[in-house]
Design a protein around this ligand. Structure first.
Ligand code: BV8
Length: 242
């Protein structure tokens, strides 16, 4: 894979780096993506289950889906792509990772300066008190799980039709506006508001690089688009961050 001289120059001259990731960065670790053929579970699509309405209608079914995903994700570990992003955080004084993923693999790889736009599959939230707690029980002994107060727990995850945490989206917009390099990795760039971040970065002067297995709606807008596996392409870029 040939890396353009523009990409190399942008990486070498960057001071303020933002990385936006989606499910594709975790694919090589074995985590199913959303819109690929592996995005199905018992013939449901994620969009049908990851909604407050589905949870209201059948909390047990939604929790069985999350329990299945938690059990699947638990033994998995970060891949080469995650590790490069963690090493870039070490090398760049101004860095922020914005992830749409809920699997926690970026944290396992060592990233500390991150925003989880859509929450975290290892956290639960009390439907009465709103209290958020880490819950690593896998498989869950009781489905749906309940809070000490007796109320049902829900996944601490942003579902379709739910607003993102204000702090998360504000800090992400600010990071996108102020960076001089944004790498967009492993996202189909259809889910809003995350999908608007590359355009914001581009419009405020950043060099935007896309790394994805297939073309996306932002491929024509970005400065350089590399088609392929994140776990293979990111290691090719790592040395330019020295
Ligand atoms: C909101 C948690 C305000 C669930 C998720 C404006 C315009 C149009 C629609 C909307 C809009 N504003 C809001 C909407 C509605 C909706 C939306 O965007 N719908 C889409 C489908 C059109 N957005 C919302 O509801 C958001 N809320 O905006 O609040 C509001 C409030 C009320 C009413 C309206 C608005 C909330 C969105 C958050 C939903 N929750 N996740 C869970 O995980 O259980 S989103 C879900 O999709 C995941 O987080 C996932 O990360 C995310 C995005 O998907 P991707 O990460 O991109 O994954 P995908 O599978 O799609 O793509 C993977 C890519 O990787 C592919 O391109 C593939 O080719 C590539 N790939 C695969 N392998 C590799 C690879 N690339 C590199 N290497 C590889 N090895």
């Amino acid at each position: 894979m040939k890396i353009s001289k523009e990409t190399i120059k942008a990486i070498e001259s960057s001071d303020n780096v933002v990385v936006l990731t989606g499910a594709g960065i975790s694919a090589e670790s074995g985590v199913p993506t959303f819109r690929g053929e592996e995005g199905l579970w018992r013939n449901f699509r994620a969009e049908e289950l990851a909604t407050p309405f589905a949870f209201q209608r059948d909390p047990k079914l939604v929790w069985e889906w999350y329990d299945w995903r938690r059990n699947l994700i638990k033994p998995l570990y970060p891949n080469a792509g995650h590790k490069v992003i963690a090493s870039v955080e070490q090398k760049k004084s101004s860095f922020k990772l914005i992830t749409q993923n809920v699997d926690g693999l970026h944290q396992k790889a060592g990233n500390k300066k991150y925003v989880e736009l859509h929450g975290n599959i290892w956290k639960t939230r009390c439907t009465e008190e709103g209290k958020v707690t880490e819950n690593l029980e896998s498989p869950l002994k009781k489905i749906p799980p309940v809070c000490e107060c007796g109320a049902m727990l829900r996944p601490h995850i942003v579902w379709f039709g739910e607003s993102l945490p204000v702090e998360a989206i504000q800090s992400s917009y600010q990071a996108a506006e102020n960076c001089d390099l944004m790498m967009v990795v492993g996202t189909s760039a259809v889910v809003q508001p995350a999908a608007s971040l590359p355009g914001i970065a581009k419009n405020t002067g950043a060099f935007v690089i896309e790394i994805n297995a297939e073309e996306t709606p932002i491929s024509d807008m970005v400065d350089d688009s590399y088609l392929g596996k994140a776990g293979e392409i990111l290691p090719l870029l790592e040395k330019y961050f020295e």
